[in-house]
Design a protein around this ligand. Sequence first.
Ligand SMILES: Cc1ncc(COP(=O)(O)O)c(C=O)c1O
Length: 377
Amino acid sequence: MIPVNEPKIGVRECDYVLECLQSGWVSSAGKYIQAFESGWADYCGRRHGVATSSGTAALQTAVACLSLEAGDEVIMPTFTIISCALAVLYNGGVPVLVDADPETWCMDASQVAARITARTRAIMAVHIYGHPVDMDPLLTLADEHDLALLEDAAEAHGAQYLHGHAGKQAEWVRCGSMGTLSVFSFYANKLVTTGEGGMLLCADAEIAARARSLRNLCFQPERRFHHEELGHNFRLTNLQAALGLAQTERMDETVARKRWMGNAYTERLAGVPGLQLPVERAWARQVYWMYGVVLAREHELSAREFAARLRERGVDTRPFFLGMHAQPALQQLGLFQDETYRIADHLAQQGLYLPSGLGLSEAQLEQVCAAVRETLL
Ligand SMILES: Cc1ncc(COP(=O)(O)O)c(C=O)c1O
């Protein structure tokens, strides 16, 4: 079976981790934490990095930094992972949804303005499957309405966005560098993986200090066991940071490999009838975190049946996200009653992603494409 993801762990990771083991620095103290935080923040073009135990923990910390009041609203895509909605709910807020763009699968920025109310405090932009959200309209709205902009770049390590693309002074910037706060996941299927792990980035020193405190149980520097705020243990270990730093140091190679993979899939699958492939907008340099495909609405196969046929041919896949509005656990809270999101429903019904890990060989990619063609042609 060709796995949907296989991470690539190199010699440098082994060297750094061995050094942690031999030095005894295995917990969340040790030189690799800070080196990874500043290395990743630098790579993304942000001043501060705060490493966390997962992307979900980074999101929760980021939303906590907004100090929401009960009932405050955060606008987000319905087509995303539940971590985004949970971060808002656990901080007393209310997630407010917008549908996906039918081609980039990211939140449809044109729907956001209509969802702003007197209770809106933030917009959460989520770059989906490696393609950036169109951030300029969101940055403008955030500015006009005095909202925080949270950027979830968990799936977009190294992706770039042409900031200001409608004007004359456009500039390429990395995903994760545009939000008031941005977050990453370093789960095993991400371009940089620490096994489990995450990071929060920001430009503001005070926000970074608050995030550090929240991550570490809000211990006080002067009186350690005196707590004035409720925090979490969301710390990353030195061992994990060692893995992350080694991979940060070869990001150019990683991004090049992922872009090769995305383009190779597109070349081989273009023209398969009824199969929608990922796009790359002129203002985006996407990284094909996962190479998603979507069967046409009228297709005789659903994504589920398609996945079963591919599995018979030795190809593992994963289904696309199920929208937040369709999640029983969220509906049971009385959320999203009678709301419909046509594009997200279609993507959930007809979308899946193909093997996309850094460990995928060219021969495996050919096999995957052959299996897709045999199934659909
Ligand atoms: C967009 C997005 N945000 C957040 C997360 C959560 O990250 P983690 O699995 O590290 O908790 C993920 C996980 O894959 C994700 O895809």
